[in-house]
Design a protein around this ligand. Structure first.
Ligand code: CP
Length: 308
């Protein structure tokens, strides 16, 4: 069974196949908008989309991707209005939904949920849609697709992460993907936002101008106040002054640099809204690509599983 819980064992050939399939799906979708007739593939089954943590981009793009691939989405959104409010566990919720025979699961959950163990008990594929601080593989893949589309390839490129690296599941998945696609990672953050252990090979910058000169791609990260627990890390003005991205700062970046953010954005903290007008900014392209990447993934792993 081909679940996607981490990117640790993903194959380079499979990732490049996902990128080319996503680009083909986007082309077909855009061409179809100019014609008439049904776009999607007809009903193939159901998709159980279970979001135990909040989401806008990932949830809506999996919903669009499932429908376009022919799977009717069944959505659990935050557990409100479900028997979780009566004390039913996440594990029991999932095994009951499995009894309804969905073709696959998409799950966003907290760190304490053992997604790998759940995967071993479920007989259809599970796709990780954001697992606490542990990983967000489809976000790293859609970032990779967006960079591949803009720069022709991601291999050997310098990808700079600015901000709350310590609490970022997006960075956790990029660490895995960078091993497969062979890109260089750089971190620029205040000490409090850096992980305790940083793998060899990752460039660390305490100075944003120097980091921006190095980068082919700049990925700003959301300051994740909800994951800071009791840590008193956050002084908005200090952060904005030293690490916030604005038009002036981005004059130091390469003319063809790619400016990204996984969303949601704290405007006036990690990014000023003026950045959205910078022609190098692809933040909404990331969102658009997310639906095609997820559709390509569903078609590759779920259709294959079903023998379609
Ligand atoms: N990038 C991302 O995961 O956004 P959402 O939390 O809105 O899904």
């Amino acid at each position: 069974k081909s679940s996607l819980i981490t990117l640790k064992k993903i194959d380079e050939k499979f990732v490049l196949h996902l990128f080319s399939k996503s680009i083909e799906l986007k082309k077909n979708f855009n061409e179809h908008r100019l014609s008439s007739g049904p776009y999607h593939s007809g009903y193939k089954g159901t998709a159980a989309l279970l979001f135990f943590e909040p989401s806008t981009r990932t949830r809506f793009s999996f919903e669009a991707a499932s429908s376009r691939a022919g799977y009717h989405p069944m959505i659990l959104d935050g557990g409100i209005g479900t028997s979780i409010e009566k004390g039913e566990t996440i594990e029991d919720t999932i095994s009951n939904i499995q009894a309804l025979r969905p073709s696959f699961f998409v799950i966003r959950c907290q760190d304490h949920v053992n997604l790998e163990q759940i995967d071993s008990l479920i007989d259809v594929p599970i796709i990780n849609a954001g697992w606490g601080k542990r990983g967000h593989p489809t976000q790293a893949l859609l970032d990779g697709l967006t960079i591949h589309e803009k720069l022709g390839s991601i291999a050997a490129k310098n990808i700079l992460f600015v901000g709350d690296i310590k609490h970022s599941r997006v960075v956790a998945s990029h660490r895995e993907l960078s091993e497969v696609l062979k890109y260089n990672m750089g971190f620029c953050a205040p000490r409090e936002f850096l992980p305790e252990v940083i793998s060899t090979g990752i460039q660390c910058f305490s100075n944003l101008p120097e980091a921006l000169e190095w980068a082919d791609v700049v990925i700003a990260l959301r300051v994740q106040k909800e994951r800071h627990e009791n840590e008193n890390l956050f002084l908005i003005e200090d952060y904005r002054e030293n690490f916030g991205l604005n038009n002036e700062r981005l004059k130091l970046a390469k003319p063809n640099a790619v400016i990204m953010h996984p969303g949601p954005i704290n405007y006036g903290v990690e990014i000023e809204s003026e950045i959205l007008q910078d022609p190098r900014c692809v933040i909404l392209k990331q969102v658009e690509n997310g639906a095609f990447l997820r559709e390509a993934l569903i078609r590759s792993i779920v259709d294959k599983e079903k023998g379609d």
